[in-house]
Design a protein. Structure first.
Lengths: 84, 122
């Protein structure tokens, strides 16, 4: 199980590289989104390892915040307002 | 038996997550990177949550894992679609070996039709 958590952290570091390096702003947005989903998976695996039920709530909350952030930034890029 | 199946699902999910993040580094273009990362990570995360559900059963943790898998399966393609459309209208270039661009053709045709109608009115 530790090996699986280390592999997911390696994936999060890959997306951190893309978020630092990316040529355009959309690269950074999608890299931060993928990094949030990687943190969701890491939190779920930690909840499975130590058998703590409320860490799954934290996993769902990280997924929701990542989705809302990506949607708001895409609306901002298109030039519309947030309630359109 | 169900425990072995759950661990197989978890290993498949972590593999797809890692391959999706590797595609985020290696592909040449924004749109290629976006489709590789989004498809791979969605499938991987749903597999991992399904594996946790198979390991835990109808428990507090298992049902929360199922809810999280359903939520990610709905919201991840929506976010990728909105981001790719907005970055296309923001003007981010495609790769130089791209052979077709349907959305750009549609916008060009709409502009031409609007210009013709305006000339007819004048």
């Amino acid at each position: 199980m530790d090996i699986l958590i280390i592999l997911l952290s390696l994936g999060a570091f890959f997306s951190l590289y893309r978020a630092l390096q990316g040529p355009s702003i959309s690269d950074r947005v999608i890299a931060v989104d993928i990094m949030g989903i990687s943190f969701t998976c890491i939190t779920a695996l930690i909840a499975l390892k130590y058998d703590i039920a409320y860490l799954m709530d934290l996993s769902i909350i990280i997924a929701i915040l990542s989705f809302v952030g990506t949607l708001a930034l895409s609306k901002y890029l298109e030039g519309r307002s947030l309630d359109d | 038996m169900i425990s072995i199946l759950g661990w197989i699902f978890i290993i498949i999910g972590v593999t797809f997550d890692l391959l999706g993040c590797l595609g985020l580094v290696r592909f040449p273009d924004l749109y290629n990177r976006m489709q590789a990362a989004t498809k791979g990570v969605t499938l991987g995360t749903c597999g991992l949550m399904l594996g946790i559900f198979l390991l835990k059963g109808f428990n507090v943790m298992g049902v929360k894992a199922l809810v999280c898998a359903f939520f990610i399966l709905i919201t991840m393609p929506v976010a990728a679609h909105a981001l790719s459309r907005s970055s296309h209208s923001f003007g981010i270039k495609m790769w130089h070996k791209t052979i077709i661009d349907k959305l750009g053709q549609d916008k060009f045709n709409k502009d031409v039709i609007a210009k013709n109608e305006q000339e007819e009115k004048e």
